[in-house]
Write a protein that binds this ligand. Structure first.
Ligand SMILES: [Fe+2]
Length: 375
């Protein structure tokens, strides 16, 4: 690599600076929650903490043109080992072979974060960006679950007497659980061809609003904890840690939306975009040919990115409904199928890009050595 002006290198450096600190703190949080007789695991956590602290210091000194490749390699090696360590700890906890004060969901949560960090190092180094819409959806699916987890940790670590704050945290938990489910629905629906449909953009605005609210809640909680004005088991560093993650969540969303805006405008459709005015001449064949062009026009609307707005979506629905009157669905379908097939061939002349979705198949165990080969 070593391409100084490459925006991917900027992205990579930002990721390293953010997540190396987070990984260092994860090592500390795990260590504090381990049972005191687990001396080997405690020592390993301590070693990871020192290792990530060193890498974090280095990340402050490197620039995209100087030392970034080496730092990325060293960080990836460290985080892959850390994933294996977290896997081991989680495995022992959920098999009830180890006690301590680490919630299983906390270890699962920080393991997911480490996997995301590793994946981002790999794909930014390989230059594997998804389409802007996929980046947006994947970020929402990932971060909404993280935010929902944070709300649950806060609710369960506050002193039970702090009823108002517990209630607020539980409300955030419900909000983000629901938003997460909806983001997974979008992920599923837009698997056919990811594109920024108006409802996804409206949903993203809601996500940003909820993200800002939980960020402010965490910032207020951090202040209260620092000033000893709230009863809880939450160390102020943990509160600040989750606040920084909320900031990162909002920054990632803003970056995704910026990239969406920079998408090239779709090529002009071959048919007229505004429906031609139908003169009432009594000529049935003219009417039917217009119906055909309306139906094929629906597909072109779907491909658009720049012109999508709620109004467009409404118009599309209306024009589709208008065309369905005089013929059965089967008749209309048979008539237009040839035209649509031709249109589909044109639109998808180039194969659809495979979706980069390693989250469910990546790093599954703690015994296999993971080898990464940059090509
Ligand atoms: Fe987190």
């Amino acid at each position: 690599m070593g391409n100084v002006g490459c925006p991917l290198n900027e992205l990579l450096l930002n990721e390293l600076r953010f997540w190396l600190r987070i990984m260092k703190e994860h090592a500390l949080f795990i260590r504090l929650g381990l049972p005191c007789n687990e001396t080997r695991l405690i020592q390993m956590a301590q070693d990871f903490e020192s290792r990530f602290a060193e890498l974090e210091e280095k990340s402050k000194a490197v620039s995209p043109g100087r030392g970034l490749d080496q730092l990325a390699n060293d960080s990836l090696k460290a985080v892959l080992e850390f994933i294996q360590y977290k896997t081991l700890v989680l495995d022992r906890i959920i098999e009830c072979r180890m006690g301590g004060a680490n919630y299983p969901l906390l270890i699962d949560h920080i393991r997911r974060e480490a996997i995301r960090f590793a994946i981002n190092i790999i794909r930014f180094r390989r230059g594997e960006l998804m389409t802007p819409t996929e980046e947006l959806i994947q970020d929402e699916v990932f971060w909404l679950r993280i935010m929902a987890d944070h709300a649950k940790f806060i609710a369960h670590l506050l002193d039970p007497s702090e009823r108002k704050f517990v209630c607020q945290a539980e409300m955030f938990s419900d909000t983000f659980d629901n938003l997460r489910c909806q983001s997974e629905d979008f992920e599923s629906m837009l698997e056919i061809t990811p594109r920024p449909i108006p409802s996804l953009l409206r949903f993203t605005a809601e996500v940003k609003e909820a993200g800002t609210e939980i960020r402010n809640f965490k910032a207020a909680a951090t202040q209260l904890l620092t000033n000893c004005k709230i009863l809880s088991l939450i160390p102020p560093l943990l509160a600040d840690h989750v606040r920084r993650e909320a900031e990162k969540f909002l920054m990632d969303l803003d970056r995704d939306l910026r990239m969406l805006k920079q998408m090239p405008a779709p090529s002009a459709p071959p048919c007229a975009t505004s429906p031609p005015v139908l003169e009432n001449t009594g000529d049935v064949s003219q009417e039917e040919s217009l119906k055909k062009s309306d139906n094929t026009g629906l597909h072109e609307k779907e491909q658009g990115t720049e012109t999508l707005s709620p109004t467009d979506a409404e118009q599309t629905t209306e024009s589709f409904a208008e065309t369905g009157g005089s013929k059965t669905f089967a008749e209309s379908s048979a008539e237009i199928s040839e035209t649509v097939a031709e249109k589909l061939k044109e639109d998808f002349a180039a194969p659809l890009q495979p979706i980069y979705r390693p989250k469910k198949t990546f790093f599954t165990g703690n015994t296999t050595q993971v080898k990464i080969n940059f090509k």
